[in-house]
Design a protein around this ligand. Structure first.
Ligand SMILES: NC(=O)c1ccc[n+]([C@@H]2O[C@H](COP(=O)([O-])OP(=O)(O)OC[C@H]3O[C@@H](n4cnc5c(N)ncnc54)[C@H](OP(=O)(O)O)[C@@H]3O)[C@@H](O)[C@H]2O)c1
Length: 335
């Protein structure tokens, strides 16, 4: 394992602009954002759960967002649907109070699948920008396609808004290969530079053709749920899963059809044992495996301590040999 220094400054598109003097502080040099000449930060923090807490969690989650800015996490991801605007609002509040001498992180947010009709897009975008308190959003993603709304008019309206300078980079999320090709083929001047998909060591999904297409056409793969909801940070491995009210109890490593067992938990335990033997945190394996696939992981955090831990996890880079072994274990080679 090699040790990286803790980042001192964010790695954002702004950081890599010609005016910037700051170099990317973390692994790699980030990922090229299409033809823009800018680069996408190699990892970031996602603010999904910041939109959906019980009242008792509010202060802790606000503090996590503030800590993410203080520690100069290079990229923060949110969406208008997270808490019906609450996640964006809290990020906007924290941005307005941050140390203005610090470089601003790369901010991405998403257009709801309920607002894909062209007349709905401008108000949705302006709503997000207003809550975030930014004149221009760094990356604006279509959160998910809706089979009842054709893709071309949606992305063409987004192209118009991008041309007005409302946001810098156009992305999509949860798009299949076919959806992505339609979106790419509908644009006149712009390009889709991001596809945010669910992807982690334990749940590689069925999308290898999609991922190859993204790599070939210069679309950054953002990997959401990179820790399999915490399982790949060593959570829930000792018999006790998340509480029933927690949506994680019904998906991923915990989703079990009647009469079946889910192989993911035993594999996660083997991965934990592998990590312990190698003296590398399990989550470092998970995050750097994605990095080696050319993806940018977007990690969910629910406390300031998890922000600090993320920076430590990212700083610990496993060897390629260990990552290959982990991939085999995750695939079930040792079942
Ligand atoms: N585009 C989409 O449709 C979509 C869908 C889902 C997610 N996302 C994005 O991806 C982000 C991350 O996804 P996610 O929250 O599903 O997945 P995740 O990153 O795989 O898991 C996050 C959870 O892992 C646990 N965790 C994090 N750091 C830890 C640490 N150091 N030690 C122990 N446990 C730790 C926390 O659980 P506890 O809270 O229990 O502590 C945290 O809530 C979201 O916030 C969102 O921005 C996008």
């Amino acid at each position: 394992m090699t040790k990286k220094t803790t980042p001192k400054a964010p790695a954002s598109a702004k950081v890599s602009s010609s005016k910037s003097k700051t170099k990317l502080p973390v692994a790699g040099e980030g990922l090229p954002l299409g033809r823009s000449g800018q680069r996408h930060p190699p990892f970031g923090v996602g603010l999904w759960n910041v939109g959906r807490w019980d009242a008792s969690d509010g202060e802790r989650l606000r503090a996590a967002v503030t800590r993410a800015l203080e520690r100069q996490i290079p990229w923060l991801d949110t969406a208008e649907v997270y808490g019906m605007g609450r996640s964006e609002r809290i990020l906007g509040d924290a941005l307005s109070q941050r140390d203005k001498s610090a470089l601003q992180p790369f901010i991405s947010t998403k257009l709801s699948w309920e607002h894909l009709r062209p007349t709905m897009i401008r108000p949705a975008l302006l709503g997000s920008a207003g809550r975030l308190g930014v004149g221009r959003i760094d990356a604006y993603l279509v959160h998910a396609p809706d089979a009842s709304v054709p893709i071309p008019p949606t992305v063409q309206m987004l192209e118009t808004l991008q041309g007005e300078g409302r946001f810098q980079h156009l992305g999509v999320s949860n798009f299949s290969l076919e959806d992505l090709e339609i979106a790419q083929g509908s644009l006149q001047h712009s390009e889709v530079v991001i596809n945010q998909i669910k992807w982690n060591l334990l749940e590689p999904g069925e999308g290898s053709a999609l991922r190859d297409h993204c790599r070939k056409t210069g679309v950054v793969l953002e990997a959401y749920t990179p820790l399999a909801g915490g399982v790949l940070a060593g959570r829930f491995l000792d018999g006790k899963g998340p509480p029933r009210k927690d949506s994680r109890s019904r998906r991923g490593a915990f989703a079990v059809e009647e009469g079946e067992t889910n192989p993911l938990l035993p594999r996660a335990r083997r991965l934990r044992d592998l990590a312990v033997d190698a003296k590398v945190p399990l989550a470092s394996l998970a995050l750097h495996w994605l990095e080696r696939q050319g993806a940018a992981p977007i990690v969910g955090v629910s406390s300031p301590a998890q922000v600090d831990e993320l920076l430590e996890l990212w700083a610990k880079v496993p060897t390629q040999r260990l990552l290959d072994r982990a991939e085999g274990v995750a695939r079930g080679d040792e079942d």
